[in-house]
Design a binder for this molecule. Structure first.
Ligand code: FDA
Length: 410
């Protein structure tokens, strides 16, 4: 039987998107006594929180600072990050006695399940009197001027709603299977906001067939490296996949990569490579190159590296013994291992990207209130904005911080 729509209901605040930033904004505004409704088209709230961090949600990072974010305006994120810090979110997690641990590099994960983070947000929303409705499609947003301030009317598949403050918290385009849409960008454009071109970020690279013919059989092998691209370097693991390369080091540099760019890999991070090769030459002159290199990585990887590209000729496919290198050749070998060239053919796209780079330009959005400077009582928070964090809990911290700050003004 077709459901008949309920009558028009009025709220102080309507938030579109029951993800990380939307829920945080809702509970903050609700605690101020605002009558808040959160609408989401998905069948469940906080889907990305649930799948994040391999099911354990990397909910923040102890070392969060503005330098961990990419944006057309590097200053935009500063105010919110300082007004709602990683310690504030940690205190909320502790209030609910959710056990957590630092995995690496300041990344805080739940010991148990990500669902605990959604549960605590829902509990806070409930205490603050927030109404949440899922499976609700927004069909139309009308804006009418009532005296000085506009009033927003939303036609949805559930009902018609009216509100004073409208918050867009619909996130980016990554993981469309989790409910991601470009809805927020459409609303922004409609009200005159500029969009910074979007592309997938924190995403694995695909590699050309020739490269895969050589390396794909190493799929599953990982090594600690320094990956660099366009002046940014990350020392973390690289993982070879059956379609290219992934792992935290690669995901991090992907945010700085543009089509055609070269990525440089240092396979022996933290080592004075030339000195070590020189010492190896003196101590083990008859050892094959790949035997020496495999002291610092798996033998299969060392062999594959020595049989590929520049290193193949230089090392005679790994078989050249150490005593056959001149000083100049050792220097070249050290350089080849330190600046190994990777030219991706592309990325795995939004299907596998953790985040979306670009989005609603921060130019016409207040960094204090998150209100549009073009349209009164319209707010943008979270990933829909042109603010993208590094891998490691920084994106959730942005969602919490922007949601909290907007929640104080909606
Ligand atoms: P978010 O995506 O959380 O929420 C948007 C909401 O809007 C969704 O509920 C969606 O259904 C709804 N919506 C979209 N379009 C709509 C429409 N038209 N109508 C109604 N509702 C609509 N970050 C991190 O810091 N640590 C981590 O461990 C991870 N891990 C991770 C894993 C994976 C697989 C992904 C894809 C992403 C991560 N992230 C992450 C990134 C993190 O999930 C992301 O940055 C935040 O969830 C962004 O919060 P938002 O509230 O902006 O959007």
């Amino acid at each position: 039987m077709p459901q008949s729509k309920a009558l028009l209901s009025e709220y102080d605040v309507i938030i579109i998107g029951a993800g990380a930033s939307g829920l945080m904004c809702a509970l903050t505004a609700g605690k101020r006594g605002r009558n808040v409704l959160v609408l989401d088209h998905a069948n469940k709230i906080g889907k990305k929180i649930i799948i994040s961090g391999g099911g354990r949600c990397n909910f923040t990072n102890m070392y969060t600072e503005p330098a961990n974010y990419l944006s057309g305006n590097a200053h935009f994120c500063k105010s919110a990050l300082s007004r709602y810090t990683q310690w504030d979110f940690q205190a909320l997690v502790d209030k609910y006695q959710v056990a957590w641990h630092e995995k690496t590099l300041g990344q805080l994960f739940c010991d148990d399940r990500s669902q605990q983070i959604v549960d605590l947000l829902v509990s806070e929303c409930r205490d603050a009197g927030v109404t949440i409705r899922t499976k609700t499609k927004i069909e139309q947003i009308k804006c009418q001027q009532h005296g000085e301030a506009p009033v927003y009317q939303l036609n949805t598949t559930l009902s018609e709603f009216v509100c004073q403050s409208l918050v867009i918290a619909t996130g980016g385009l990554s993981f469309p299977t989790m409910g991601a849409t470009g809805f927020g960008y459409e609303v922004a454009e409609r009200f005159g906001h500029e969009l910074i071109p979007v592309r997938p970020a924190l995403v694995p690279f695909t590699m050309p067939k020739k490269w895969l013919d050589h390396f794909a059989e190493l799929s599953g092998v990982s090594a600690e490296v320094i990956a660099s691209c366009n002046g940014q370097s990350f020392r973390e693991n690289l993982l070879i996949t059956h379609r290219g390369v992934s792992g935290p080091a690669i995901l991090q540099v992907s945010s700085y990569w543009n089509e055609g760019d070269k990525v440089s890999i240092n396979w022996l991070p933290g080592m004075a490579i030339y000195d070590w090769l020189k010492e190896s030459q003196e101590q083990r002159p008859r050892a094959a190159t790949y035997t020496i290199i495999s002291q610092h990585m798996t033998k299969r990887l060392a062999q594959a590296l020595c049989q590929h590209g520049k290193l193949r000729l230089m090392t005679e496919s790994g078989h050249k013994t150490m005593n056959h290198y001149s000083h100049a050749e050792l220097e070249q070998l050290a350089e080849a291992l330190e600046e190994w060239e990777l030219i991706p053919s592309g990325t795995e796209g939004y299907k596998k990207a953790e985040v979306t780079l670009g989005g609603v330009s921060t130019d016409k959005v207040s960094s204090k209130t998150f209100e549009s400077r073009l349209q009164s009582n319209l707010f943008f928070i979270g990933e829909v904005l042109d603010v993208t964090g590094h891998l490691g809990g920084f994106n959730f911290q942005w969602a919490w911080a922007s949601g909290h700050c907007a929640g104080q003004y909606v």
